[in-house]
Design a protein around this ligand. Sequence first.
Ligand code: NDP
Ligand code: HSE
Length: 441
Amino acid sequence: MIEYRNLRIALLGAGSVGAQVASLLLEHGEELANRSGAGLELVGVAVRDLDAPRSADIPRDLLTTDAESLILGADIVIELMGGLEPARTYILQALNSGADVITGNKALLATHGPELFDAAEQVGAQLYYEAAVAGAIPIIRPLRDSLAGDRIKRILGIVNGTTNFILDRMDTAGESLEAALATATELGYAEKSDPSADIEGFDAAQKTAILASLAFHTTVPLDSVYREGITSVTIEQVDAARKAGYVVKLLAICERMTDAVTGEEGVSARVYPALVPRSHPLAAVHGAKNAVFVEAEAAGDLMFYGAGAGGKETASAVLGDVVSAARRHVIGGPGVAESTHANLPILPISSVTTRYQITLRVIDEPGVLAAVATLFSGHGVSVETVEQSVAAPGRGDAAATATLVIGTHEASESDLSATVAALETSQVVSSVTSVLRVEGS
Ligand code: NDP
Ligand code: HSE
């Protein structure tokens, strides 16, 4: 057996992910040492409650409630507690003591990323976070390393498994949003007490901030990510989308684009439910799976697909970071700082251009179509397709009504919003029943 230098590993947290990391580190220690060129000694596991049940066996003498003492003297600290505090303080303590840090904490990175990356750079340590976006899927390292020589144009991601599960159930099983959410909760995808992090798009927005920062070498603060969740998506919209050859997906979109208003180049980071053509690879992402579709200038289109959550699955990404950190310790030298050299402006949602599909109920009378078309052209929005279906008047109805489904060419959000406002007050429109953006075509 080869004699390696020993690296001391401190693990903070032994929940869904942490317990699996501890178990795999203990079980595969020798193999991981051979891959890293260093012995990986798990010196302790910090938890809140020493007696809490664990999803994997962890020797009792490794458990401690004293995280601060555990961090002192560690070469590598793995933070899997979640939340902002005390995770932030512990990570800063670890970096300042010269340890490399591995985390899966997207909330923390999206909120305090620049502070943590600066702290790492100051002391020449490295902060690894492959598990923070899309669980087991390798996407951080491909963006940071493999694609570092290319220019990313756009990323479209399904990065929240819970909402993808819900929208998929609505599409494939015809369930309402409420029924699909209940199934997701029963299966343990959505939090029972508060599913809002998933269904309101907060989790996806955190991941979007991380991906956009990395892809465009720009600091993208969490509060600059435009966010809409899935709570207003109706089964009628999902059914209509299917009939029109689309599927509704909650997308994390990171895009390098030209400001529709000022002409300035910048970055757009946004999360919303959108219509995706059924022919697009993201349309085939079912259940709670995640996928990240990257459009790069030279590489073309790439798709990364797999499990976006799960204890063991996410532990795989964490252990990949452990091996990278251990190899860096063996080789020596300072860690590589995060690159934010481009520092592009972050564009507001009003400056984004995309295509839209708008569904209206109108009175079926001569001149109505022309009046609706005039409202679109009057606000600079070009109509690409129009489909009309007519319902015969019911008893008591004054006239037959028609449903118009209007697809637009690319238009700016501000022009589209002005058009929708005008439609809502128009004499010829009974109601605007749906406005959805179209992405991925
Ligand atoms: P859990 O809630 O299952 O586990 C959290 C662990 O941290 C528990 O063991 C808890 O101790 C411990 N802990 C919490 N606060 C403290 C504290 N103040 N001091 C010491 N220990 C503490 O979280 P997960 O394993 O699900 O997630 C961990 C991280 O990984 C999060 O940042 C999450 O966003 C991220 N992640 C999770 C994924 C998943 O599928 N679960 C996927 C991708 C990323 P105790 O057990 O005693 O209560
Ligand atoms: N709640 C997240 C999801 C888990 O549904 O994808 C991992 O971030």
